[in-house]
Structures are given as C-alpha cells and as structure tokens.
Design a protein around this ligand. Structure first.
Ligand code: XLS
Ligand code: NI
Ligand code: NI
Length: 443
C-alpha cells in the first residue's frame, strides 16, 4: 500500500502510519496482534479478516445524541459547497484508511456527499464523488467492500422505503438505490448491502404486513436485476436487525431473513451481513447468528461492533471482547471464511472521545482483538479436541440404527421397538465447562 502524504491537507496531524510492533509493545498507536502478512491457516491475516472502515461512523457521525449537540467538530466539514465539503471528507477518510492500513471501506450514498431533495442533483453529486473516489482507490490500493443507500434518515422514509404504504415514496427509494448501485459498480465494489432501516412497522393497526413484505421482495428483485444487467458480479447482503428505528423490522434476525430469501426466490444472489449488536438486540449471541447463516450457506460478511450489557439499544461500540470474538472466529473459520464479505467496523467512538487519535485507538483495538481471536481459533481447531468432542457427541448416528434414522430408513414404530430393546440410555455429559475452559486456554 502506498504511503500517502497529504501535505497541507493532512487532517490527522502528528499521527503517522500505524506499524505492527508485536505483543510486547507499549505503543498505543501500534498493532500488537494484527500483522497483515502473518500466515494463519494458510492465508495472511489481511486476506482472512478483510477489514473495512465504515464511512458513516468514522467521518460523518458527530457525537450528537437525543440529548445533545455534536461534540465532534470536523475540519473536513467546513466548506459551504456540498461537493467541496465531500472532497475534503474523502481526503480525510483516505488519509485515515491509509494510515491504518485498512484494505477496504464501506459507505452509504449520503455519507459520501450530502443529499438534498432534487434527484438529478443528488445523482450528479454522487457521480462527481464516485470519480473522485475512483482515483483515490487506484492511487492508494484501497477497495470498496460494499456500498449501500441510506433509505432511513430522510423524513420521506418515516413510514419505510420499499415497504412504504405510499408508492410515490417507493419511487424515491428506487432512484436512490439505482444511483448507489451505479456508484458501487463504478468503484468495483465487491458487495452491496441492504439494511432495512425503517422496513418494518411502528404499529400493526395501520400496517398491511403481507403487502409490505411482498413490496420489499419485489424491490430487491428489481435492484438485483438492474445490477446484474449492468455487470455487477458481487453479492447482495441483507443485514438483519430486530428493531430500532422501527418497533419491528422485517429483517428481524438471520433465521427470519433466510426464510424470506427462500420464500421470495432470492437465495442465489443474497447472503447475510451479521452485526454483533443486532444479534444481541434480537436476543441471540453473535455466534448464534453466524452459525444460522453458515448452516444455510449464506454467511456473507459481518458488521463488527459490540453492545452494552446494561443498555438495550444499538450502541455500536468498538469490539474488544476476545472471548466472544474467538467463539465467533471458530464459526467463521469452520464455515470456510466469509462469503465475499469481510469485517466492517460498524462502530463509533463515544460522544466524549474527542481527540483525533481516538478513532485510531478504536480501530487498532478492534483489529488487534480480531487478530488475536483468529490466532486462538486457528489453534483451537488445529491442536485441541474441540472438534472431536462435538463429533463424538453424535457418534450414535454414525452407524447402525442411528445412521438408518438419518437416512430415513426408520419409522416411528421402529423407534418404539428400539427403545424397548435398548432400555434406558446412560446419561452423557455435555462438557460445557470443559469447552469453555478450553477456549480460554488458547486465548
Ligand atoms: C444500523 C446498521 C447500518 C447498516 C448500514 O443499525 O447497522 O449501519 O450497517 O446501513
Ligand atoms: Ni450495520
Ligand atoms: Ni447497527
């Protein structure tokens, strides 16, 4: 990756390229575990982890919350003209991405450049910025992991976008997705994401759920057909989330989304983008959502963050839980890695994290935690009896009558006769604590 020198325009002054210094280092602006060229399981860490920077949290989110004004005042937000301002922001973004050695980035259309109410003008702005991004990607060697359209912030989308009861609103969602797909394709984006921001309902009293879900499916087919027609070879991802901002969102969790994709014949083109904090909001663990997706062959990508044990909303904190991520990496590695995606940091620094270095600490911590989890998971899979214990647990289905059952050769009367013949089964331990200790031993 080329070393960027931004001269006068340097936004993160005093912070250089973040080096790998190893676990003994005390330098807070160095990697201790993420060594991009280190080979783990036959691939470099860079190839396996495929880290991406999220444009929205890192360069747009200004620290404001429902109770307070912005706390992050960005130097790249100063200019009056929308496109000039967007160029400054993009300079800052690529400076950061380069200094962090992040191979990928992700964006919503409105993160890249502010949108107004004029479709034609919005298209023009995004096209100008797409050309600008293309040059930067080529100069620096950074790639677009995925693009997406923000169909939830504008007031017109308050009742949903493709599930809006008003067709007029739906047309605007179509215009926005078309432009975002054009940008993604022009930038060789490897995937395209649909997170159903307000695709759901606030009250069933005013909602025809069946009709809205059919509209969502029709809309996704249209987007897919348009992208394929225009040469897009990547994967579409749906990002499940149970609620927030809607009371109930149609893409509730992985199992719900998989059933939706199956019902509406979208399985061939779509996979899932699993977000940690969305999993916990749905009452699942991150690992559970990954496993459900992997079992369906639909594990595409992840949005890395973490929630808060006390708060019941999407706090989008940077990941730092090695234990949780080691268990997650076990699922990801056993699934054979990501289906075209990677690890996007859909995470934001806190409202009161106001030093320019804070964004670096946050990403360094997240990348190091994932790297450490990858190393531990790889060791567990290679050197422990973790896989064998799980396999042995099902040994009674590997031969004899158990195998016949799996093959569909038995009926209910056969089960009854076998129960009589074999008598009471012996109790067998699930060894949960043993396995929990095993995971910790490798961390
Ligand atoms: C919000 C989502 C969003 C998507 C992209 O909760 O995580 O950030 O990842 O639209
Ligand atoms: Ni997300
Ligand atoms: Ni989220």
């Amino acid at each position: 990756m080329a070393n960027i020198t931004t001269g006068d325009k340097e936004f993160f002054k005093g912070i250089g390229q973040i080096p790998y210094e190893g676990p003994e280092s005390n330098n807070p602006l160095a990697f201790r575990w993420y060594d991009e060229n280190r080979i783990i399981g036959g691939k470099t860490m860079k190839e396996t982890l495929r880290f991406a920077c999220a444009y929205w949290h890192s360069f747009v989110g200004n620290g404001s919350d429902p109770f307070g004004e912005p706390t992050h005042i960005f130097a790249w937000d100063a200019k009056a003209d929308a496109v000039e301002r967007a160029k400054d922001k993009m300079d800052a973004a690529f400076e950061f991405i380069t200094k962090m050695n992040l191979p990928y980035y992700c964006f919503h259309d409105v993160d890249v450049v502010d949108y107004g109410n004029d479709v034609l003008e919005n298209e023009r702005r995004l096209q100008v910025m797409t050309a600008y991004a293309k040059e930067k990607q080529q100069a620096i060697g950074v790639k677009l992991l995925w693009g997406t359209a923000n169909l939830f912030s504008h007031r017109r989308y308050m009742n949903g976008a493709s599930t809006n009861p008003d067709f007029h609103v739906l047309t605007h969602a179509g215009a926005q997705v078309k432009a975002a797909l054009d940008a993604t394709i022009a930038l060789n984006g490897e995937n395209y994401v649909f997170w159903g921001g307000r695709e759901g309902y606030m009250s069933l009293l005013n909602t025809n759920m069946k009709r809205e879900q059919e509209h969502l499916a029709r809309f996704l087919h249209m987007a897919k057909d348009y992208a394929r027609k225009n040469g897009f070879k990547g994967t579409f991802f749906i990002e499940p989330k149970p609620c927030e901002p809607s009371k109930h969102q149609y893409d509730y969790d992985a199992a719900t989304v998989i059933s939706f994709l199956r019902q509406f014949d979208l399985m061939a083109d779509f996979k899932l983008n699993i977000e940690v904090n969305h999993a916990t909001l749905a009452g699942h663990t991150f690992q559970h959502e990954l496993q459900v997706s992997a079992d369906a062959g639909l594990l595409g990508s992840i949005d890395a963050n973490r929630g808060d044990y006390q708060n019941g909303w999407d706090t989008d904190q940077f990941p730092n839980n090695i234990n949780e991520l080691t268990e997650a990496m076990l699922v990801i590695l056993e699934a054979g890695g990501f289906g075209g995606g990677g690890i996007n940091f859909d995470a934001k620094i806190r409202r009161n994290s106001t030093d320019p270095a804070d964004l670096f600490y946050a990403h360094i911590g997240g990348m190091d935690t994932f790297a450490r989890a990858l190393i531990a998971a790889d060791q567990i899979l290679k050197h422990s009896d973790y896989k064998k214990i799980r396999q042995d647990r099902y040994a009674s289905f590997d031969s004899g009558k158990g195998k016949d059952f799996e093959k569909g050769k038995l009926n209910l009367e056969d089960l009854r006769d076998l129960a009589v013949e074999m008598g009471e089964p012996e109790v067998k331990s699930g060894k949960q604590e043993y396995l929990e200790n095993l995971v910790n031993r490798y961390i």
